[in-house]
Design a protein around this ligand. Sequence first.
Ligand code: UDP
Ligand code: MG
Length: 360
Amino acid sequence: MNMEPWPPSTFASARALGPHGLATAPALSVVVPCYNEEESLAHLVHRVTAACTACVGDDFELVLVNDGSRDRTWPIMTALAQRHPHLTLVNLAGNYGHQLALSAGLQVCRGDAVLVMDADLQDPPELLPDFLERLAEGHDVVYGQRVTRAGETVFKRATASLFYRTMQRMVDVPIPRDTGDFRIMTRRVVDHLNAMPERYRFIRGMVSLIGFSQVALPYEREARFAGQSKYPLRKMLAFAFDAITSFSTVPLRLTTYLGFIAGALGVVTLGWVFACYLLGRTLAGWTSLAGIVLIIGSLQLVMLGIFGEYLGRMYMESKRRPLFIIDEVRAATPAIVHTAMAMPVVDSPSNGSLAPERAA
Ligand code: UDP
Ligand code: MG
């Protein structure tokens, strides 16, 4: 088995040097996954750059990850990079989805503190001073917590609320309500996150699992700046499924409970049948029997399906395929650092050191 340490040495040295060829890491990285965001990009870069310059001067990088967009996102990014020396661009080889695109950005970024946000400006970059202030108080993670969600449909709000409720009941790690991936993290948290090799990544849960001191920063969520949400119902359901299955085995335990319930129902039914027999009534039986068989049968299928979900995920994880493939990383100066590089998934490095004890 491949025992190369994580991150792979080629990549680690690239990060130490950085795409700018500088030996020192910037104080702050802002990481933004982008999928078909051509309308927002210019505005995004403008607002993020302004917010960062006001806080840390020149000492920052803005990492834009193009997640296989099919519109003009990549050409617009490269054009913007000509004018903005702080831009680092990551072009993924295909569309890997929000969480993996974000993971790619987190691998590439080098900042001592890392702010994660969406490209659609629903999360205002102007909160940066507040984030940095809380970080300076000694916390390792400051996560944005939505007080309002402007411009989102009642349906989206209702499903989001249901999702957080379900998660809270099923999952062992605390996952605060109404938080997204909008957060700032210290370098050590990002390093621990990068060292987690799992494929089904529910990043806010993984961050919560890492521990250290994590606090909320309440904010008003704005409406999308432009374009459509990239999370249709299908993707939202898949995301919720990934989140629950990668953090909880409660659904598997449900099988046992349902088995007990079905068994108890069977015993009650038998008792009832016996009583009917004693009372001398003949059994009309048929329909009820067919009904019970159908219900139990469908229960078994549902449970088999849940088993299948976990088994399928184990199968996919066991392949150890790269989480994402990077086509290119480039800085504004045309120094292209990597071409066609794959991120290998390696043996989970000694888990002992990667799972810091959480404060009680
Ligand atoms: N995104 C991505 N890959 C995808 C889907 C989305 O990188 O396959 C990005 C998208 O560009 C945005 C962020 O993930 O920056 C969140 O997506 P979106 O705003 O559509 O989600 P919502 O806010 O509606 O939940
Ligand atoms: Mg959005």
